[in-house]
Write a protein that binds this ligand. Sequence first.
Ligand SMILES: *Cc1c(COP(=O)(O)O)cnc(C)c1O
Length: 951
Amino acid sequence: MFQPLAQTSGDAPFVARHVGPRDDEIAKMLDAVGYESLDALVDAAVPQAIRSIDALDLPPASTELEALDELRALSRRNQRQTQMIGLGYSDTITPQVVLRRVLESPAWYTAYTPYQPEISQGRLEALLNYQTMVADLSGLPTANSSLLDESTAAAEAMTLMRRAVRGEGGVLVVDEDCLPQTIAVVRTRAEPLGLSVRVADLDDGLPDGDVFGVLVQYPGASGRVRDLRTITEEAHERGALVTVAADLLAMTLVTPPGELGADVVVGSSQRFGVPLGYGGPHAGYMAVRTGLERGLPGRLVGVSKDVHGAPAYRLALQTREQHIRREKATSNICTAQVLLAVVASMYAVWHGPDGLRDIAGRVHRQAAGLATALRAGGVEVVHDTFFDTVLARVPGRAEAVAADAGELGVNVGVAGTDLVRVACDEVTTDVDLRRVLKAFGIESPQLPTEAEALPAGLRRGSAYLTHPVFNSHRSETSMLRYLRRLSDKDYALDRGMIPLGSCTMKLNAATEMEPITWPGFAGIHPFAPVEQADGYVAMIRQLEQWLATLTGYDTVSIQPNAGSQGELAGLLAIRAYHRANGDDQRDVCLIPSSAHGTNAASAVMAGMRVVVVAADEDGAVDLDSLQAKIDEHGDRLAAIMVTYPSTHGVYEEGITEIARRVHEAGGQVYVDGANLNALLGLAKPGEFGADVSHLNLHKTFCIPHGGGGPGVGPIGVRAHLSPYLPNHPMLPEAGPASGVGPISGAPFGSASILPIPWAYIRMMGPEGLKLATQTAVLNANYVAARLAGHFPVLYAGRNGLVAHECIVDLRQLTKSSGITVDDVAKRLIDYGFHAPTMSFPVAGTLMIEPTESEDKAELDRFCDAMIAIRAEADKVAAGDWPADDNPLTGAPHTAESLIGSWEHPYERETAVYPIRSVRGDKYWPPVGRIDGAYGDRHLVCSCPAPEAFES
Ligand SMILES: *Cc1c(COP(=O)(O)O)cnc(C)c1O
C-alpha cells in the first residue's frame, strides 16, 4: 500500500507514520466490516454522484526531512528585522521553560477543549490563572479564558454593549486613536447587524445623538496615555457603556481601565510571551464589570466542587454557549486561543508581579529615553505622555525615515506623510534605539536611562497578581514541576485516543509542529513591509492553492482564525453577492436541525434570519420540509448551510438535490467543511454543488486543538463569490479590494501555524491524503460494527455504512437502567479514555470519531471498554447494583476515594481497575465527578485562595 511513494531517506514514508493501522490490521478490519479493499469500502459508502474522479493535482509526497528543508528555505525568505511598528503587536521573549514545556509540548497542545473537566484540571487551572491575570491587570472582576484576537474581542464587546444597554439602534463611538485593524474589524461586524459605527476624536467629547457604546484604546495606537475618566463619565451620563482596549503590560504601571470607569476591557495577551508569528495565533481577552458576566462571549472557567466536596474547575455558564442557544447565542465563538492563553498565563506565573513591573518599567524608560533624545535632536515628539510608543513628527519625511530605519534593520511605523511611530518592547536594546535615532538623522545621541513619561495622575496604585501562584515559581525547577504537575492531571492525545465526533482529534506530527517556533516564522510583525514576508506569502499562496485543489473551489482565504469565523466570512460573502445583484431582501438562511451550533449563531451575525429545516427519520435533510421552506420564503432565500457529510456521520444521498433546489430558488449553498476528513481525496464540495465552505485546519489538517484553540478556518469559494472574500485595510495582498473587510485583526489570520497544514499536505501527497480518508472511514465503520451488537448505531447511509464517525444511541439504555450519557462518559475515564462527543447532534447519544491515526489495538481497547460498560449498565438495569450507587454513577473514581472505608456495593477493584488493559498504565483522574450547577450558582472565576484546597 505504501509502495508508490518516493523514498529519499531510510525512514518509512510519512503516511505510514500518520496513519495508525498497519496493512495487516487494515485487512482484519476490512474483514470485520465485510469488504475486500479500502476502495471497495469507500465505493460502497460514498454516493457516486459526489465522487470526484480526477487525480488530485498536488505534488507527490515528500519525506519529513524534505518538508522541513523546504519550510526552512521558506522561513529564510522572511527577513527578520527589529520590530518596532507597534499597533498591538510587540516582540517578546517566550521563557524557554514555557516554550519547551508548553508551546512545544504535546501534553498541552494535543488536548481538547475542557468539556470533560475531570480530566482537564491542569489546563483549567492554567486558564483560571489567565482569567485572574487579566482581571487583576484590567481592574475588572471577571475575565474569560480567551477570545480569538484583540480586534474580534473589540467587536464582541460592541455587541455585548448593545445587548446590555436599553433600547435599540444608537451608535458605537470609536475613538480615532484605536488600532486601525480593530476599527476595520468592528466595521465588518457592525454592518450586517445594522449597527452604526462613528469614528471620532474623543478629545472633543462624545458626538451628539443616541450612543450605546464607546470604544477607546489605552494607550492609544499613537502611544498616547490619557485619563479616560472624562470619557467614561460622559458616556455613563448618556446611558452608554465603555469598552477600553488596553495593553496588559502597560497596566502594570498605569491605572487600570477598571478603576477609570470602564465597563469592559479587551485586548491581546500576545506580548506575554507569545511570538509575533506574522499576526497570530494570539489570545485576545475580555474582562467585564459586575453585572455583565453573564453576557461574556467565549468560555469562562469557574471554580466548583466535586462529589467529595473538593474544589474543582470546570467551564462555567455553559448554557450561554452557541451549542445550546444556537441563533439566540450572543456570539459564535467556539474554538478560541487556549494554548496561547496558557502561554501568556505562564509568562505571568514565571515573571510574577515584580518581574512584569520590571519589564514594563524598562520598556517605558527606553521609550521615554528615545523621546528625550529625539527632542534633543530637534525632532518633535507629539505626545507628552505615553507608555512604550513614541510618535514623532517629521513633516514630509515619514516614509524616508522609516526606509532609513529599515536599512538599519529596524521596522518602525508610518502614520501618514508626517508621523513616525516607534514602539519599544521587551527585546528592545539601546543599539536598536541608536539605529532608530540615526534614521532620524541623530548621530551619537545621549540616551537618558531614567526618563519618565507617564501621566502623574495615572500611576497604578492597586496591587495585582497577589495570588501565590504568581509568586511561587521563580526557579526553573519550580516552574518545570508546576507545568508537569498541571499537564499530568490532563488527558490529551499523548495518552490515548480522543474519539470526539466532529472534532477530528488526529495526529499532530512532530515534523508539522517544529517549524512554527522557528525565528523565521515566529519573529515577523504582521504589518512589516510585505517584501520582508516573502516566505510567508509564498507558503500561504501555495497552501491556498492546495486547499482549492482539494476542495474544488476557485479561491481560498486563510484569514479566518477559527471555523466560526470562516462561517461568518462565508455568509458575509453570500450576503455581499446577493446585494451586488440587487437582492438585498435575501436574508433567510436555512439550517438543518442537526447543524453545529456555530452555524446558526454565525448566520445571525451575518444579518440573516435562521429558518430550521427538519431532518427525516434517517437523519437526512427532509426534502419535503426543505421544499416547503423554499416555497415559503421565495425570493427572501439567501442560503442553506449544511454540513457534509452530515453531523449524523453519514454521506447523505440528497446533497446534490438539495443544492440544485436551493440554487434554483436563487439561494447559495454553504457546506460546513468541518467534516472534510471524510471527503479529502474522494469528493470535493466545490464540485458537488456548494458555493462556499469553511475548512477546519485544526481538524482535518493537523493543527492541534491546543486545549481549545488555536484554529484556522479558511474558506473556499467558487469564482462568483471571490470578490467578496475578506481583505485587510493594511495589506492589499490579503484579499480583494471589493472584499467584505477584515474578519480577523491580522491580514493572514493565524499565519504562524500554517506550516502545520502545509507540511501535512506536502508529506502526505495526493495518495496519502486519500489513504487517510479511507482509513478514517474504515476505522469508524469498524467501531460501528464492533459496537453494533451492544449499542444501536443511530444512523447509517448507503449499504448500512457510516462515514468517518458514528453515533451510538444510549437512550434505550438510559430508559432501562437510568444510566446516562454522562455516566458512560465519566466511566470511560476509569477505563482510561476520553469520552466521545456527548449529546451532539442528538441528545442521549455519543458520537465517535476515531480518525485514521488510531491503530486497531487502540480501537479495540476502546470498543472493549464500551462493551464492558454496557455490561455494567445491564447489571444496574437488572437490579444487581442500585441505580444510584454503582460503578457508572460513581465514576470517575479517584485514587483518594479508595482510602478509608468503602461503602459501595461494588469492589474497589471494579471501581478503578475494571479491565485488564488499565493495569500498570492507569490514568488517575485528580477529582471526582464535578457539580457544574453548584459552580454556576456560586460563580467564582478567578484563582481561589490556597486554603480552599485544605481538606
Ligand atoms: C468544529 C465545528 C465548527 C466550528 O469550528 P470552530 O473552529 O470551533 O469555530 C463548525 N461546524 C462543525 C460541524 C464543527 O464540527
